[in-house]
Write a protein that binds this ligand. Structure first.
Ligand code: C2E
Ligand code: MG
Ligand code: MG
Length: 760
């Protein structure tokens, strides 16, 4: 922009400067031309004046000489004498005439042979007759009577001896006599020289090659002006042709005449104008070039500016894009990190505490998998909108990614109390179903809170601690909030400890499989066993499955462990089959992570091949959560497992989403009713109804039903009444070591299931 304006300013200055210089130059040339013209004019006028004076003086001398001769010797004699003396030079004068007191031609070099010629009407005759002491009189141009032409009479009075009027002596001068001196002076079209009488009548005027005589100039602003100077240079408009001229005139000292030279302003200016025109044309061309170059420069700079602006805009857009989550339009992680540090700095300065809320959706994966990604996106947008409404404008709500959101509450008085208040508001908002994409959805969130400065001095610390607190909210049953505490820290530390202990456990063979029999309720005979993992840590002792299996799943350790479980259980079953228990079925629990493995089918078939177990004896226990997601992909996997010959059970039915669609859509064989439904039987009417419905529905879909967790006979009776034929539970047998189970299988009655060592 700066360059652009300086280019424009420079171009303007350049143009103004150039035109000013041209104007000054033209003006200078103009005044120089005028000065030259006026000087030349004036010089000409002076020369003209002198020439006229000399010419008239010559003629006047002749009149004076002749007057004296005539008065003394008479007209004829005087004329003869003058001619004889060579005074009547016909090169100079047209002729000489002598008139008597009545105007009759007495003698003359012109028309003297024509008798009776009378010139008494001539003005000069009458003037001389009237005025005795007039001296020389220069008359107006007069046309010749007997021949072509005009002459200017220069005249004197002749006195008779008594002093009375005796006639007039006339020397006739051709007008061209005055102008011929200038024939070599180049005169342009409108230039002129003129001899003008003080009576304002021109004696002669030559313009170019044309001569006029006797013009009346009483309308001329110069010659008619009474108060004009004797000699001057003026610029005036011609009263006849309107032409502007510089006129230099001089009044003759001895005669009532003015010698004038006029030069046309047009002529004077012609050269200047031509030069000015050339200069102007040249400058116009240069100006055009400057304007053109400036325009090109401006365009180029504009384009550059535009490009720069576009670049800046794109940069801004990119920055906005880089800092915003495109789905929810909330600040993203990068923005949170930048802004968060600023807020922390501000908090340090003001001394007012902050709080960091880590919000995670509890069942997002379900909504996403069950209703599709489009609905999942709507859920995230709805959550973003709702939470935004519940925080103040100065708080920062950001989406970290996935279903995780963070709120930074700043400028607080009591961070703990105020953040708890916001967390409760958020939980309240999500306690009821929300309308998302036209359907009612229950979306619950778990929140973890860390406080500044007590739980961390940097944003990353606050985030990590809030995240840990959020996990502990999940562990405590979801849809709740939880403050970060050192205690929790300890738990997390334990988690890490357990993870590394578990790694060692694989190497140290600390895992063991227990087996829990499954009973045919009609016959009371065991039909199968479920393999259940046990971990005896040398230092920590037996560790409950609900403590280590989730950590194994989280850390991925469940993959090698699950592999070991499958191999060990299949090998065990192969042995038991070989020992005569050939109808016994084996159930093995599968984790979601195992199910997701791309080589799942190969792993299972390899184990079956290696151990030599008949696939028909193996049942894989899956949970509902594994069946969420792309229906075709899951069905494909299930079908390929089925093609191996194994059967499939749906474990813990009733605790998840209890979606009957799975039962219809997927090739399942067995439904295991979760023990939470069994626990309240037969006393809980609702439980009774639900268990009854599940059993009859499963049967109608041709599924085997196993009631899990049967601890009492009443529970057994209840499920039997509902048509359930298979059960598993402490009533029959606890999970047992392989050896104990083997013994039990051979003689269940001989064993007291309660006395069997169990960690279940
Ligand atoms: P599950 O597959 O539903 O296993 C049944 C659980 O119920 C077992 O707990 C069993 O000891 C317990 N149980 C059986 N009868 C009764 C009863 O009458 N009363 C009560 N109160 N409990 C009973 P366990 O062995 O602690 O296993 C818990 C869960 O851990 C299993 O639930 C299963 O989901 C998981 N699990 C166990 N072993 C493995 C394994 O090898 N791999 C995987 N992925 N998960 C396993
Ligand atoms: Mg199971
Ligand atoms: Mg179960």
């Amino acid at each position: 922009m700066k360059i652009l304006s300086s280019v424009l300013v420079s171009a303007t200055l350049l143009l103004t400067g150039m035109w000013a210089a041209i104007w000054v130059q033209v003006e200078h040339e103009r005044s120089a031309a005028i000065e030259t013209a006026v000087n030349r004019n004036q010089n000409l006028a002076v020369a003209f004046e002198q020439y006229v004076t000399r010419t008239i003086q010559g003629a006047d001398l002749l009149t004076r000489t002749m007057k004296a001769q005539i008065e003394r010797a008479g007209a004829e004699a005087a004329l003869h004498q003058a001619v004889a003396d060579g005074l009547v030079n016909t090169n100079l004068y047209y002729g000489v005439q002598i008139l008597d007191q009545n105007g009759f031609l007495l003698a003359g070099t012109v028309h003297q042979t024509t008798p009776g010629l009378n010139y008494g009407d001539r003005e000069h005759f009458r003037v001389h007759r009237l005025i005795a002491d007039l001296g020389v009189y220069i008359g107006k141009p007069i046309p010749l009577r007997l021949s072509e032409g005009t002459v200017i009479p220069i005249t004197r009075r002749i006195n008779l001896p008594d002093g009375s009027f005796g006639g007039v002596v006339i020397v006739m001068v051709k007008p061209s006599r005055f102008t011929e001196f200038y024939k070599d002076v180049s005169m342009e079209g409108d230039d002129f020289i003129a001899l003008v009488g003080l009576d304002r009548i021109t004696r002669v005027r030559r313009t170019g090659s044309t001569e006029t005589f006797g013009d009346d100039l009483s309308k001329s602003s110069v010659f008619a002006n009474q108060s004009r100077k004797a000699s001057d240079n003026v610029l005036t408009r011609g009263y006849k042709d309107g032409e502007m001229r510089y006129i230099s005139y001089r009044t003759l000292t001895d005669y009532p005449l003015m010698a004038a030279v006029g030069i046309s302003q047009k002529e004077v200016m012609a050269d200047v104008q031509a030069r000015a025109q050339t200069l102007i044309l040249l400058s116009a061309a240069v100006s055009l070039a400057i304007i053109g170059i400036t325009a090109l420069l401006v365009m180029a700079l504009r384009r550059k500016d535009l490009a720069v602006m576009q670049l800046q805009m794109t940069e801004r857009q990119l920055t906005t894009l880089a800092l915003r989550d495109p789905l929810t339009k909330l600040p993203n992680r990068i923005h949170l990190e930048q802004r968060g540090e600023d807020l922390i700095e501000a908090s340090k300065m003001s001394g007012r505490p902050m709080a960091c809320l880590f919000i995670d959706l509890d069942n997002f994966k379900y909504h996403n998998d069950a209703h599709g990604h489009a609905v999942g996106d709507l859920v995230l947008q709805a959550v973003a909108d709702e939470v935004q409404k519940l925080v103040r404008a100065r708080d920062l709500l950001a989406r970290l990614g996935g279903d995780e959101f963070v709120v930074l509450l700043c400028d607080l008085d009591d961070a703990r109390q105020e953040s708890a208040c916001v967390a409760e508001r958020i939980l309240d908002r999500f306690a009821n179903a929300m309308q998302v994409g036209g359907q009612d959805m229950t979306i619950s969130v778990s929140i973890g809170i860390s406080l500044f400065p007590e739980n961390g001095l940097t944003l990353s610390e606050l985030l990590r601690h809030a995240d840990e607190a959020m996990y502990s909210s999940k562990e405590r049953g979801r849809a709740r909030y939880n403050f970060f505490s050192i205690d929790m820290r300890r738990q997390n530390g334990e988690k890490l400890q357990m993870e590394s202990a578990m790694r060692r456990a694989i190497r140290n063979h600390e895992f063991e499989l227990y087996y829990q029999p499954q009973i045919n309720l009609r016959t009371g005979q065991p039909v199968g066993v479920e393999a259940l993992l046990r971990w005896h840590n040398p230092e920590m002792g037996p560790i409950p499955t609900d403590q280590f299996i989730p950590i194994a799943e989280e850390s991925g350790l469940i993959i090698p462990i699950g592999q070991w479980v499958l191999e060990t259980a299949c090998r065990q079953m192969r042995l038991w089959h070989a020992s005569g228990l050939s109808d016994l079925q084996l159930s093995v629990n599968f984790s979601a992570l195992q199910f997701k493995q791309p080589d799942l089918i190969e792993t299972v078939s390899d184990v079956l091949l290696e151990t030599g177990l008949n696939p028909r004896s193996l049942e894989l226990e899956l949970t509902e959560s594994m069946l969420l997601g792309s229906r075709d992909v899951i069905r494909g996997k299930l079908e390929r497992l089925k093609q191996l010959g194994v059967s499939l059970a749906l474990d813990d039915f009733g605790t998840g989403y209890s979606n009957l669609q799975y039962l219809k859509k997927y090739p399942l064989d067995t439904l295991k009713i979760d023990r939470s439904f069994i626990a309240d039987l037969p006393h809980d009417a609702d439980g009774e109804a639900i268990a009854g419905a599940i059993i009859s529905m499963a049967h109608s879909l041709d599924l085997r039903v196993i009631a899990e967790g049967i601890e009492t006979q009443a529970q057994a009776d209840s499920v039997i009444r509902k048509g359930c034929t298979l059960a598993q539970g402490y009533l029959y047998a606890r999970p047992m070591s392989a050896l104990a189970c083997f013994k039990w299988l051979h003689d269940p009655k001989a064993q007291d299931s309660n006395s069997i060592r169990s960690v279940a």
